[in-house]
Design a protein around this ligand. Structure first.
Ligand code: FMN
Length: 608
């Protein structure tokens, strides 16, 4: 990480902040705001402190390493598309038919020689300092508390190395880790993830599970940790492939797990499968808190470090965040791996305000009736892609998927209620909207067809439509129409909800001459003029089976659900910054934001 810092100083526009700043809220708030800027920079906090615990840490905190696309690309050493091309070539490898063809294959095969990690016999730089079990104290690490309502401090960029019970499979996953006390961490590996599958094996066998957590080292390790590699494939293979050199691993001091020799900090320990503990709440990358839930606990055996370690961390909350850039690389690199199951897929895009699992756009060469539906089912059936709640497919003649305005117009002009598929499937463990955890509604829109004929019969101005809406639906506060020039304009209304939207639905249908698509959100904390955050809110807040009606008009209920709707789970709150902390940072010149910025990214609650 010290090399990375030097490199970031020279090439990455690193911003160094020497002022003593609190790991609780202050450092996270600065990083959160920085990564939302158009020209966001990586940040090094050289003097982290914890006022509550009266600690001055002796290691710096490095954040926003993936601060922008350029930096992310530089971390890879090449554009992610080039990595994808390499993978594509490998997947299409055929036996060579001529001598020349054999020669041409050499570079591809040569690249493969780096894929397998090298296990060193020696110890690594990460083991220069060794803290014995009795001296372990997590308070020596500048672990951040990001949000006021977080259940504590969390390691947010931990590389979690685990292995299967028989030792045959290794895994690297990026999971957050809650600090409980001096020597215990909560292991937030969700039920669908590889480490959780290994945990099940240890639990069945009644054996303690070894775990080693790495922090720092080559930034590519952490990217590999979040990459959705197929079960059973060690992420270090991907590392070797991308880097073009073997990962160099050393054995943990107290268990058999191998970890990169150059990480800055290593935390080793065991998880007792019999002991679970409440984890959270934690303000997550969905922009909502994930609620308290029991998760396994790791008891720490030893911590080892480099002589001058750097603590790497990230902040999650409402988009855009550092995971926007990590996710961009993932999206590009995994495109060739999707093609074997969806060969006519041309491209796909997961807009950051869809927080990955809430929205995906796919462009395809449509060959037959039902082809888009076939893709929907394929996506919903495979690996982590199956978490995607809302999938929209367009034909090959559609504009670039990243061209937000053009692609939205294209979709709205082809939106046909008869080509909307609403079904049920597996959902991300973080989803808060489904009536029960882990299973919920899925929405698929087939926009691969021709432009639809029917349009709004009697378009009205916003003010006129608002008046009509308020006459029949008194909860309505604001109304705004988007994309009125398309066949399916979107009419969005904010309401002060006092009863379920469903109970008024029939009344809303009476406006069918003027409205084709109606989206309803709460007035509180939603700004009708901020489509970026509105999309974030709506795709987050709906369960398609419960909250969408397609006829006679399309109605989407994007409001928060409660007992008014017969919803019995707890509905989590948004991640909001702490106003006093923002004010104090602003006063000290550590951030420079205005009201518009605060509102645009929903940093503070509002109701005006
Ligand atoms: C910033 C960030 C934080 C994450 N936190 C968690 C987490 O706490 N728990 C989890 O299960 N997945 C988390 N993920 C997603 C996993 O890293 C991702 O699903 C990964 O592919 C899991 O690896 P596995 O399939 O080997 O288990 C996080 C991803 C990012 C980018």
């Amino acid at each position: 990480m010290n090399d990375v810092i030097q490199w970031l100083k020279e090439n990455g526009n690193l911003k160094i902040i020497d002022e003593p700043l609190d790991v609780e809220l202050e450092i996270p708030h600065i990083a959160y705001i920085e990564v939302k800027k158009d020209d966001s920079r990586p940040l090094l906090f050289t003097n982290p402190i914890n006022r509550n615990k009266n600690i001055e840490y002796d290691m710096p905190v490095l954040m926003n390493i993936f601060a922008n696309k350029k930096l992310t690309q530089n971390i890879f050493g090449k554009h992610p598309d080039r990595v994808a091309e390499g993978i594509d070539k490998l997947l299409k490898l055929k036996p060579p038919e001529s001598f020349m063809a054999k020669l041409k294959m050499i570079p591809e095969l040569f690249a493969l020689k780096n894929v397998f990690p090298k296990r060193l016999k020696s110890t690594g730089a990460c083991q220069q300092l060794i803290v014995k079990k009795e001296d372990v104290d997590l308070d020596r690490l500048p672990i951040l508390k990001t949000w006021e309502e977080d259940g504590g401090a969390f390691i947010t960029m931990g590389q979690v190395y685990t292995q299967s019970l028989d030792g045959e499979m290794q895994n690297l996953g990026m999971y957050r880790l809650q600090q409980y006390d001096k020597n215990h961490l909560g292991m937030h590996w969700q039920i669908h993830k590889d480490a959780s599958h290994f945990f099940d094996q240890y639990q069945k066998a009644g054996k303690k599970m070894p775990v080693t957590v790495g922090i720092g080292g080559d930034p590519l390790y952490i990217w590999c940790g979040q990459a959705p590699m197929p079960h059973g494939m060690f992420e270090m293979l991907l590392y070797g492939f991308v880097r073009g050199k073997k990962a160099r691993l050393v054995k943990s001091m107290t268990n058999d797990i191998y970890i990169p020799e150059d990480v800055d900090i290593v935390i080793e320990g065991f998880v007792d499968p019999e002991k679970m503990k409440i984890e959270g709440p934690f303000g997550d990358h969905t922009g909502y808190y994930t609620l308290e839930e029991p998760y396994p606990v790791m008891e720490i055996e030893t911590i080892t470090m480099k002589e001058k370690p750097v603590f790497q961390a990230t902040v999650v909350g409402k988009p855009p965040l550092e995971d926007k850039y990590m996710g961009w690389a993932t999206e590009r690199i995994f495109l060739p791996m999707l093609k074997p199951m969806a060969p006519d897929l041309i491209d796909y895009y997961m807009p950051e305000n869809g927080v990955f699992h809430n929205l995906i756009l796919g462009k395809m060469k449509t060959l037959y009736k039902g082809h888009a539906q076939q893709f929907m089912h394929a996506f919903w059936g495979v690996g982590q892609m199956s978490f995607v709640k809302h999938a929209i497919f367009v034909n090959e003649d559609a504009p670039e998927l990243h061209d937000d305005m053009a692609i939205t117009e294209y979709i709205l002009n082809r939106l046909d209620p008869d080509k909307i598929l609403i079904t049920q499937g597996i959902i991300d463990a973080l989803d808060h909207t489904a009536n029960e955890t882990l299973v919920g509604g899925k929405l698929g829109i087939d926009a691969t067809g021709n432009i639809v004929q029917s349009a709004v019969e009697k378009p009205l101005e916003d003010s006129e439509l608002l008046k009509k809406m308020q006459e029949i639906y008194s909860s309505t506060v604001d109304l705004r129409q988007y994309f009125t020039e398309t066949k399916n304009p979107i009419c969005i209304v904010t309401i002060n909800k006092t009863k379920s939207v469903k109970s008024d639905i029939e009344k809303l249908f009476t406006l069918k001459k003027h409205i084709k698509v109606l989206i309803i959100v709460d007035k509180k904390n939603n700004d009708i003029d901020e489509p970026y955050m509105l999309i974030w809110r709506v795709v987050n807040n709906i369960d398609a089976q419960r909250d969408i009606i397609t006829k006679p008009i399309i109605v989407v209920d994007g409001t928060n659900k409660s007992e008014l709707d017969g919803f019995t789970r707890e509905w989590p709150g948004d991640t909001f910054c702490t106003k006093e902390v923002l004010d104090s940072l602003q006063e000290r010149g550590l951030i420079d934001i205005d009201r518009a910025f605060i509102k645009k990214f929903g940093l503070l609650p509002f109701n005006d």
